[in-house]
Design a protein around this ligand. Structure first.
Ligand SMILES: *[C@@H]1O[C@H](CO)[C@@H](O)[C@H](O)[C@H]1NC(C)=O
Ligand SMILES: *[C@@H]1O[C@H](CO)[C@@H](O)[C@H](O)[C@H]1NC(C)=O
Ligand SMILES: *[C@@H]1O[C@H](CO)[C@@H](O)[C@H](O)[C@H]1NC(C)=O
Ligand SMILES: [Cu+2]
Length: 348
């Protein structure tokens, strides 16, 4: 007889009968998702809804930073951009790509709420503008994001973000620059419905991840060249999040085709392979660093451990994602489903 049982038997009948017959079920404090929000394409929301969104984004671009710890960040928007900069070598060409950018959208949503935004996050259904991005309604100078600059580095000429400044980037630096983008419509062909179908034509995460990443995701970036097309800090242009809503939708759509398997399927590295770096550039991390430098000691000091929760180089459902204090950390498991409770939205 074990000592604890002995104690219970000798301590009296009332204690024994008070013991539960079965172990209690684990306490479930995951919030429920009963009525998922509907994320709609920019095409389908009203002009008032569009304005509410861009107003809140302008508010973030013009509000002071709050965390006092992200190197170079002067505005609240810079803090959001800094997150992408700090995580850049962990969340591109790695298994973290889709979950981290999903969590990054939730971080954006939290910040927009600080600026009074009450709507649902919109996204950009790029399939509707494939091949002629520059003509999309999303670039309307009055009701949209404004147009493209005249040359590489050309500031957005009109719309709500004209003349606004981002201080994070380029690359691992921090210099004030205008919000800028430049269109090359030709590349945007590959965000069309056929290309999306081909990208999603994979049965496991290991297949769909490069399908999305090197397919419509990459071609969208090439067509838009947001913030000089800089891979580390392209999220300085608010348009980035419309594009990444589209990317997130592709993952959600693929997951919905076989939820039982795909809501648990995660694989890949949790940080870039030094020999590969970004898959779209040759030469590996060292060679690519010529484009954007290396993270400074100051940046490295606030960079999370890429293996947090994983205990090794491969990503797991237990992987911990951080927004460095903007919203609480979350695990990959938390964001696998857009309707799992931690998240509660669907794409229309
Ligand atoms: C941007 O700033 C310049 C110089 O201050 C000004 O002439 C221009 O009208 C501004 N553009 C917009 C779209 O606000
Ligand atoms: C999906 O892949 C299969 C096998 O590789 C191919 O036969 C089929 O045409 C593909 N479908 C699409 C939509 O790309
Ligand atoms: C990481 O995943 C790869 C591919 O699935 C596998 O070959 C490798 O053994 C894994 N490494 C570790 C340390 O678990
Ligand atoms: Cu990114």
């Amino acid at each position: 007889m074990k000592p604890t049982s002995f104690f219970l038997l000798t301590a009296g009948a009332s204690v024994v009968t008070a013991l539960p017959k079965k172990p209690c079920p684990p306490r479930d404090d995951t919030p429920k998702c009963e009525k998922p929000e509907k994320r709609q394409s920019w095409h389908d929301i009203t002009n008032d809804e569009r304005k509410a969104y861009t107003d809140a984004a302008v508010c973030l671009l013009t509000s002071p930073q709050k965390l006092n710890k992200l190197p170079g960040a002067q505005t609240r928007w810079d803090e959001l951009v800094s997150l992408h900069q700090i995580h850049a070598l962990q969340i591109h060409t790695t298994g973290q790509f889709l979950p981290y950018h999903r969590y990054y959208l939730k971080t954006l949503e939290f910040l927009l709420r600080e600026c009074g935004y009450k709507g649902v996050l919109p996204y950009w259904d790029e399939t509707r503008d494939a091949g002629s991005f520059s003509k999309s309604v999303i670039f309307d100078p009055v009701t949209g994001f404004g147009g493209g600059g005249a040359a590489q580095g050309g500031c957005v000429p009109d719309g709500p973000f004209a003349n606004l400044t981002v201080n994070i980037g380029p690359g691992f630096g921090s210099e004030p620059r205008c919000v800028n983008r430049k269109f090359t419509d030709f590349f945007s062909d590959q965000t069309g419905a056929d290309y999306v179908a081909a990208a999603l034509n994979n049965t496991d995460y290991a297949g769909v991840l490069p399908g999305i990443y090197a397919g419509p995701h990459l071609y969208g970036h090439m067509s838009l060249a947001m913030m000089d097309g800089n891979s580390i800090t392209s999220s300085g242009d608010p348009l980035f999040f419309m594009h990444h809503g589209f990317v997130d939708k592709m993952w959600a759509q693929w997951q919905a085709e076989d939820p039982e398997a795909r809501l648990k399927d995660i694989s890949g590295l949790n940080a870039q392979d030094p020999d590969v770096g970004f898959s779209e550039f040759p030469g590996g991390m060292e060679e690519e660093a010529k484009m954007w430098g290396h993270p400074s000691a100051e940046l490295l000091a606030v960079t999370p451990d890429p293996q947090a929760g994983d205990g090794g180089p491969n990503i797991t459902l237990n992987h911990i994602m951080s927004s460095l204090g903007i919203i609480p950390d979350a695990t990959v498991a938390d964001v696998m489903s857009t309707t799992g409770g931690y998240l509660c939205y669907e794409y229309e």
